[in-house]
Design a protein around this ligand. Structure first.
Ligand code: G3P
Length: 220
């Protein structure tokens, strides 16, 4: 399972990269706004910065919601760097655009996916990645990870090649569950990645190893 970081924050991207486990980055308009990035030029400059920083895929989301607008924006984004993946919302014109991008060798990530039906449609249209929003489904007291399992089962039966990118991940536990549910990629906040490190028995064990080593050294 690939690890993407779900942020537009350069320091957090650098920290995940330094850990040696980063395979890519996903962004969205809310994450860009959170970093204070607005205006076409600033957005483009920021995407270029991220693409230069990481070798893996970087999802850059279109703002347009009509077919022509999505195509225009997607083509412009795809020209920024070879690792750009155009993020397209799961709407009617978005599905049409996914097919256009597929036919024109532009890689895509279909976002805002909340049902197996939407997942089938995106795969049929040739999306490279599919982003089911796990946390937002959990937020309304449904089971987000159950959707990831269902999509994984359908894609395996049907032989769809679209990669399942579990998104809206909120915790380290979500990452483990996404791995079990058959996600190809998980995109998460840095805190969820770093949380995987934590176990009290690791801390206690390390403390004891170091104390025993120091005792043995002092005896010499
Ligand atoms: O990138 C899309 C997704 O990961 C959003 O997550 O936490 O805003 O639901 P969240």
């Amino acid at each position: 399972m690939k690890f993407f970081i779900d942020t537009a924050n350069i320091d957090q991207i650098k920290e995940a990269k330094d850990l040696g486990v980063l395979d890519g980055v996903t962004t969205n308009p809310s994450l860009m706004a959170k970093e204070g990035i607005s205006g076409d030029k600033a957005v483009i400059k920021h995407y270029e910065k991220i693409c230069n920083l990481v070798d893996g895929d970087v999802s850059a989301e279109v703002i347009a919601t009509d077919f022509e607008g999505i195509i225009k924006e997607g083509i412009a984004l795809s020209k920024l760097a070879p690792n750009i993946v155009v993020k397209v919302p799961m709407i009617k014109d978005g599905v049409k655009a996914l097919k256009y991008f597929y036919d024109n060798d532009i890689r895509t990530n279909c976002t805002l996916v909340f049902s197996a039906g939407q997942a089938i449609l995106a795969a049929k249209a040739g999306a490279n990645y599919l982003s089911p929003f796990v946390g937002r489904i959990d937020d309304i007291s449904w089971d987000g990870m159950q959707l990831v399992s269902e999509i994984a089962e359908i894609y395996a039966i049907q032989g769809f090649e679209t990669e399942i990118l579990a998104a809206s991940i909120r915790s380290s536990k979500h990452i483990v569950e996404a791995a079990k549910a058959g996600a190809d990629v998980v995109t998460c906040p840095l805190s969820a990645i770093l949380g995987l490190l934590n176990h009290p028995l690791t801390d206690i064990g390390l403390e004891k190893f170091l104390a025993d080593h120091a005792k043995a050294k002092a005896k010499k």
